[in-house]
Design a protein around this ligand. Structure first.
Ligand SMILES: [Zn+2]
Length: 279
């Protein structure tokens, strides 16, 4: 529901950028190992660096590509060294900037089969919820299936398909090293229900079983660092305030994914119960 409100707020204020934190510039920062935050105050976008080139996950809204490029440069890296662009899911607030980032970098766009269709069309609907958005279409160079790897130098991103929020919703996982320790990083797609009909959904008949399977899959992931495409999902600001030299990295919390999935599943189940009663 919170997502729906944010989404509606963003649609309503589309003509007046800056009225919400989706388009508010954010100082980029190091998260853990070779993972950096390059998104806006409200929307997550990530730079994963290697000596052989870089990977960028998510492109924010169509207006955010220049902010992301600036953030990459501010960290001392080059957009032209980005080899792969990934997407969590094909909603305009996470894929809108990808076409511009691809054009500027020449990187290969990687996506799940279901979301690739949306990315290439430049338009997504809402499975009967009544909202839709357009964004600059982006050509997908490589389709990933569940468990597929995107590899660069010693870094491997694994695609974990977690459909429901979109049919091709992709949670990405990787391992990174810092100070002699290995951390499992999870970039959570989304499991919110932004107004979707869950009962008798003709556009997405297996929507409920998709969400349920995704919750089960997400609960089994090993996660030390929980990151997402909405900064509120992982309390970015609160954690940043706790970053101090010598102090433990506040982004490391092996309990956070489980807590988030449990809460999200409860929201889903109560929405499902409500809709079943109403039908
Ligand atoms: Zn979404």
């Amino acid at each position: 529901m919170r997502f729906l409100i944010l989404l509606l707020a963003a649609s309503l204020t589309a003509a007046t950028p800056g009225e919400n934190d989706w388009r508010e510039p954010m100082k980029p920062f190091h998260v853990v190992g070779n993972v950096y935050f390059v998104g806006t105050a409200g929307l997550g976008a990530y730079l994963i660096t290697t000596p052989q080139g870089h990977i960028v996950l998510d492109g924010g809204t169509p207006d955010d590509a220049p902010l992301i490029e600036k953030s990459i440069a501010a960290l001392g890296f080059k957009l032209s060294d980005v080899k792969y662009l990934l997407n969590s899911h094909a909603h305009f607030d996470h894929c809108g900037g990808l076409a511009a980032l691809k054009k500027r970098s020449g990187a290969r766009m990687v996506a799940s089969r279901a979301d690739a269709q949306i990315l290439e069309a430049g338009h997504h609907g809402s499975y009967g919820a009544g909202w839709a958005d357009d964004f600059p279409p982006v050509h997908v160079d490589r389709i990933v299936n569940d468990g597929d790897h995107v590899q660069l130098d010693g870094t491997t991103l694994i695609a974990v398909l977690t459909p429901g929020h979109t049919k091709g919703c992709t949670t990405w996982t990787m391992q990174t090293n810092e100070a002699g320790k290995t951390y499992n990083v999870v970039f959570y797609c989304s499991t919110s229900v932004p107004g979707y009909p869950l009962v008798n959904n003709r556009e997405y008949p297996n929507i409920v079983s998709d969400y349920e399977h995704s919750f089960e899959k997400l609960k089994k992931l090993r996660c030390d660092v929980f990151l997402a495409n909405h900064t509120g999902f992982f309390d970015m600001r609160q954690k940043l305030a706790r970053v101090h030299p010598g102090a433990p990295n506040p982004f490391v919390d092996p309990t956070e994914l489980q807590r988030f999935v449990t809460a999200s599943e409860q929201n889903f189940e109560s929405e499902l119960t409500k809709q079943r009663k109403a039908s």
